[in-house]
Design a protein around this ligand. Structure first.
Ligand SMILES: CC(C)(COP(=O)([O-])OP(=O)([O-])OC[C@H]1O[C@@H](n2cnc3c(N)ncnc32)[C@H](O)[C@@H]1OP(=O)([O-])[O-])[C@@H](O)C(=O)NCCC(=O)NCCSC(=O)C[C@@](C)(O)CC(=O)[O-]
Length: 453
């Protein structure tokens, strides 16, 4: 029996800053960002949007577009690293919003939980749901990935920001993609990118903030959480490379094959923190696993990096990138990093590209190289199913992305600093953040959402 993704929907932020505008403002050569990293636009949330809003919108679309009977959904597992609460998971918010829209008891017996492991949390949620469906073939699950990739202003991560969510229906005999049983993992505990709680004194808060009575009960110091990560960009690239390489070669062992695996894959879907990350990182695996062994096992360490750079510049590798990686990069260039959703957006981008160019890829094999900082990689593969085109007919990914509204630098910075009070776009047919409770002591900080027709 096959298990995999039966339906996909998405909701990404529909305002963006052109990457050129940011490059000029930060005194960076636009060509570096556009041609070196493959960035064109950077999406960001409007005033009324957060990770719950994106997740709820993607989930609502999935339910409505596919006429899903919610009584059939046994679990909704969320991958996210943009939690808005240390106790109440985003999945709990999603349940309450679905109750508002589809009725009190719609998901009363549904199991929900969040998975957090940086960008790979969505893949962890998927793997769990696939195992569940394998054991219970008549049951269905939904995976939601939702994040706001926010970096400090003027940091090297600033041009890789993005925001949005995907929702995927996981079933037996799926219409879009069926996954294989082999999953290879490579893990190592590192500090390449993380979002620590930071200590701040009560005095500093009171001096900066209002007379909110909540502050009276504070200890001398409290720990606050910031959306933006602490990170070391080049080291995070090294961790990405090391984990994906190790997972790739473990995957070959699991499959008990000496075949050059990526040659058997029509498309390669990787975690893309920015569009060209996959092509920049895969050249090492390509060189190591090439049929004619571009890098021999006995190469001198000093020559190793030079050889990989040479491979990355070769015409053969460029052709390989165009064929196998580029379709997944298209959406990333227009969105930016989606953290947990990035790898699934790569899948959707590839399928939407083949859909729009009328190329039936049914029966072809896709390889997946997932990564999450901290750090972990998983490598797995799937086969595109005969009904993939009809299952994606309503998705219209690129139509949606080109309709995004451009904003200027001033609006971007004011949204980033949370100084903007008025939404840039008027919400329609979507969930919005309505208010955050500021008065009632036992509900302080509770976030409320509503549907706007
Ligand atoms: C990603 C970095 C490190 C990039 O860092 P950087 O210093 O901006 O860029 P770079 O120097 O690494 O690369 C610039 C590229 O542009 C080229 N270039 C230069 N000038 C020109 C020009 N004029 N015309 C054309 N090309 C030009 C240059 O040659 C080079 O390409 P290469 O040759 O190496 O392929 C930075 O943006 C960053 O720190 N980002 C945040 C962290 C990150 O995204 N890390 C990625 C790996 S970790 C990960 O993926 C997990 C993550 C981040 O998603 C979090 C999670 O798991 O939750």
């Amino acid at each position: 029996m096959k298990t995999g993704i039966d339906a996909i929907s998405f909701d990404v932020a529909n305002i963006h800053l052109p990457i050129k505008t940011l490059a000029v403002a930060r005194n960076i050569e636009p060509e570096k960002l556009e041609k070196g990293l493959g960035l064109l636009k950077m999406t960001l949330p409007d005033v009324h949007q957060d990770a719950v809003v994106f997740g709820a919108n993607a989930l609502t679309k999935l339910i409505l577009d596919n006429e899903i009977n919610l009584n059939e959904i046994s679990r909704i597992y969320v991958g996210t690293e943009s939690a808005i609460d240390s106790s109440k998971p985003i999945s709990s918010f999603l349940i309450s919003l679905m109750e508002q829209k589809f009725g009190e008891d719609a998901l009363a017996e549904c199991d929900v939980v969040d998975f957090t492991f940086a960008c790979i949390g969505g893949v962890d949620a998927l793997q769990n749901c696939l195992d569940f469906v394998k054991l219970n073939p008549s049951k269905k699950a939904i995976v939601v990935t939702t994040d706001f990739a926010k970096y400090d202003l003027n940091s090297t991560g600033e041009y890789t920001q993005g925001a949005g969510a995907l929702a995927m229906l996981i079933t037996s005999n799926p219409r879009i993609i069926a996954f294989g049983d082999n999953w290879a993992t490579s893990t190592k505990g590192v500090f390449d990118f993380f979002k620590p709680y930071r200590t701040i004194s009560k005095e500093a808060i009171i001096n900066n903030e209002s007379n909110d009575p909540w502050f009276d009960n504070l200890e001398a110091e409290i720990e606050i959480h910031k959306d933006q990560p602490v990170f070391d960009g080049q080291y995070s690239n090294q961790c990405y490379m090391d984990r994906t390489r190790n997972a790739y070669f473990s995957f070959k062992k699991l499959k008990n094959t000496t075949e050059t695996l990526y040659n058997t894959w029509n498309s390669i879907i990787m975690h893309l923190p920015y569009s060209f990350q996959g092509r920049r990182m895969l050249s090492e695996i390509y060189a190591l696993d090439h049929a004619e062994k571009i890098i021999s096992e006995n190469i001198e360490p000093a020559d190793y990096q030079n050889k990989i750079k040479e491979v990355a510049k070769s015409e053969e590798y460029k052709k390989f990138v165009t064929e196998k990686l580029q379709p997944a990069e298209l959406a990333s260039s227009l969105i930016g990093n989606l953290y947990t959703g990035s790898i699934f957006m790569g899948l959707l981008s590839t399928l939407a590209h083949y859909y729009d160019t009328k190329n039936d890829v049914a029966g072809s094999s896709f390889g997946f190289l997932a990564y999450g900082s901290g750090s972990k990689s998983k490598v797995f593969e799937g086969t595109i199913q005969p009904e993939w085109q009809s299952a994606l007919a309503k998705t219209k990914l690129f139509e949606n992305l080109t309709a995004s509204t451009e904003i200027g630098l001033e609006t971007y910075e004011s949204l980033h600093k949370k100084e903007q009070k008025q939404s840039v776009l008027t919400p329609k047919n979507e969930w919005v953040l309505d208010r955050i409770e500021k008065e009632i002591p036992n509900l302080l900080g509770a976030r409320y959402y509503k549907w706007i027709d």
